[in-house]
Design a binder for this molecule. Structure first.
Ligand SMILES: Cc1cc2nc3c(=O)[nH]c(=O)nc-3n(C[C@H](O)[C@H](O)[C@H](O)COP(=O)(O)OP(=O)(O)OC[C@H]3O[C@@H](n4cnc5c(N)ncnc54)[C@H](O)[C@@H]3O)c2cc1C
Length: 392
């Protein structure tokens, strides 16, 4: 059993394989030098306080204590004819079954100019180099106003930086939250000193070898000691090309996370898996939420173990509630479902500029998500109601 990708999805799949009775060898290949660790703190407390891998790593369960780890080398090529994966270090690994758990990487823009001072944030090493760069009083330009951009804005502000957020969107986090809640979140950031340049992008980095300022498409120039690109993601699937898999948006899989387009037992999980789910209706989606590597990993592990031992593979629909949280300053936001797919929304408790709960509805007026800000307990009945509406 070969699992490629040493993150949460790879780990949870290995655990589920064991739970479901697979006793064969499991090898996990990862391009980072670390065993799986928790990524959400990287834009939050790991950035502000500099947490180590020891503090972030997932607890190793006894069931996977015998896994063989090959770390620090990326998979470069899959060959389904020979059932082999070749790594960057030249080693070749054969497999009976393969799990793709390679996640995503940050998208970057082709902006001309110097690159020293330019960062992205996905890995622990990224967080360490960003932490070393952000000094009190320095100017930090964040390109992108999604969740990661906004969490970074909050953390860099708390570290004493002057933060500018540049984004093509009309409001921060508009895609997952809608314009009203986005505008309210913008106000909360502005009150902490963040400056937004919405409806704009960066066209040039200026300076010698190190970035000193950025030029916007409006012609305006912003001072910049540190620039972070947080403009979305690209699935890590290039190594899978030319094997008949559908790689249009991650790896297309069925309800058991089994890859479409190959007869071999090839599965995909986590951020890289473009999967069906009752919550998505007729569509398949890649969902970059922390709970999805666990949900898809559990499902893939159960189905793959059954396929390998010849027992009954699950046939029920995949039904896993997408769940997300975000911490910015002292605010805690929680989201369930797919608020980003909504046509309308309604504040059902509180006000958007304080603790509140917002329900989201699709074009048929069906509830498709709920978001709460600073309402951890109060949100639970709304979450339950939403889940029940999906079950009926
Ligand atoms: C800064 C940050 C903050 C986040 N905050 C939140 C949050 O608040 N709430 C929330 O719900 N979610 C959050 N997330 C998202 C969540 O962490 C991800 O959804 C989750 O980590 C995805 O797990 P995964 O196993 O699919 O991918 P990953 O965790 O990315 O693991 C994939 C692993 O595979 C490796 N890899 C890639 N290509 C190859 C290759 N060719 N060969 C070998 N290895 C390879 C990668 O380097 C990585 O180690 C955050 C993510 C980040 C980066």
């Amino acid at each position: 059993m070969l699992i490629v990708g040493g993150g949460l999805g790879g780990l949870r799949t290995a655990e589920a394989l064991r739970t479901n009775g697979f006793i064969g060898e499991i090898v996990i290949v990862g391009d980072e030098e670390y065993q799986p660790y928790n990524r959400p703190p990287l834009s939050k407390e790991a950035l502000s306080s500099g947490l180590s891998h020891d503090e972030l790593k997932f607890r190793q369960r006894d069931s996977v204590a015998d896994v063989t780890w090959i770390l620090g080398s990326a998979a470069e090529k899959l060959d389904t004819d020979t059932r082999e994966v070749t790594l960057a270090d030249g080693s070749v690994h054969s497999f009976d079954a393969l799990v793709i758990a390679t996640g995503i990487r940050p998208r970057v823009l082709p902006i001309p100019g110097p690159t020293q001072g330019l960062h992205t944030l996905r890995t622990l090493n990224d967080a360490h180099s960003l932490k070393a760069a952000i000094r009190p009083g320095c100017n930090v330009v964040i390109i992108g106003s999604g969740f990661i951009g906004c969490e970074l804005a909050a953390t860099a502000t708390a570290l004493g930086a002057q933060v500018y957020v540049v984004s093509l969107d009309d409001q921060p986090m508009i895609m997952p939250m809608g314009a009203d809640l986005g505008a309210a979140m913008r106000k909360r950031h502005e009150e902490k000193g963040v400056t937004f340049h919405l409806g704009h992008t960066v066209t040039r980095f200026n300076g010698g070898t190190h970035i000193e300022s950025v030029t916007l498409d409006s012609g305006e120039t912003l001072p910049a000691d540190v620039v972070v690109e947080a403009i979305g993601s690209v699935p890590n699937t290039e190594w899978l090309r030319d094997n008949g898999l559908n790689l249009d948006n991650g790896v297309l899989v069925d309800s058991n996370m089994r890859a479409v387009g190959s007869d071999l037992p090839i599965y995909a999980v986590g951020d890289a898996a473009n999967h069906p789910n009752r919550f998505y209706g007729d569509q398949t989606r890649r969902i970059e939420h922390w709970n999805m590597p666990t949900e898809t990993g559990k499902r893939a592990g159960a189905a793959l173990a059954a396929e390998l031992v010849g027992s009954k593979v699950p046939t029920d629909e995949f039904f896993a509630l997408p769940a997300f949280w975000s911490d910015q300053y002292e605010f805690q936001l929680q989201s369930y479902g797919l608020p980003g797919a909504a046509s309308t929304s309604k504040v059902v408790s509180g006000e958007v500029d304080g603790p509140c709960i917002v329900e989201y509805f699709d074009s048929t007026n069906q509830i498709c998500g709920v978001i709460g800000i600073d309402t951890v307990k109060e949100l639970m009945p709304y979450r339950r109601k939403f889940l029940e509406s999906m079950q009926s």
